[in-house]
Design a protein around this ligand. Sequence first.
Ligand SMILES: [Zn+2]
Ligand SMILES: [Zn+2]
Length: 271
Amino acid sequence: MNFSTVDCMKKYALNKIDTHTHTYFSFDASENHNSPERMCEKACEKGLDAIIFTDHVEINSEVEHNFPPLDRAACRKQCEEARKLYNGRLDVYIGAEFGQITHYPEYAKEAAAEGNFDYIIGSVHNTKGEQDPYYMDFSKVTYKEILYMLDKYFDEYLQMTYAPFVDQCAHLTYPVRYIKAAGIDIDITRWDEKITEIMKSIISHGKTYELNSVYVRKKTELPEEYLLLKYRSLGGKKIRLGSDAHFTDHVASGFDRAYELINKVYKGEIK
Ligand SMILES: [Zn+2]
Ligand SMILES: [Zn+2]
């Protein structure tokens, strides 16, 4: 973990930094306009003070060769150029989103050390041996299989929170996004105990809880308020907003509503 970066996060108001963004260096960036420079331009337009680039480092995929790996050198070069160009207008951090750390923990540890990232966010996109719900056809999945998937998901997510190099824990509701979008109702309180354990671990390990604003953009009803209330009741204070932008237009999108939600739950305690 890069402590100096965590400290410097305190420099920015909650809604003035986007901590989760993808440039065209991410394998799943579906637009070829989202260069680091264009992303910075958009961040300035949206009135941000800082942006963190968190292109995908999908640990399992890099080992198993499922998707093209992140071109660290080319990505860093362009991000550094953008950082220079926007110096004085926008602070630019070069981070990464590490997916599936627990599948190959040694590889992940080395990738974190070698990458010299300012900030690492940890994610679980797919559990061991299972598909990423983004690609799943839920009409072919039984309810029992969904319960099994979420059991595994929260288990792996908890393990991910133990990784010392992870600064921020991303989109805890990730699979629920797709389950709900498929019109399937799921009561997340079924995993209440596990979620409590996850949040306690985030807090005790000094990590940041991410409120991912995709739910606003996609108009998906996610139990974000329930999770924030729980996080607050457990003493959680470190929260950051992440747009998960894969397009320039999505930088800081949904921040107004997500910010409102944090203010509602925290009554202005978090700036
Ligand atoms: Zn993600
Ligand atoms: Zn992402």
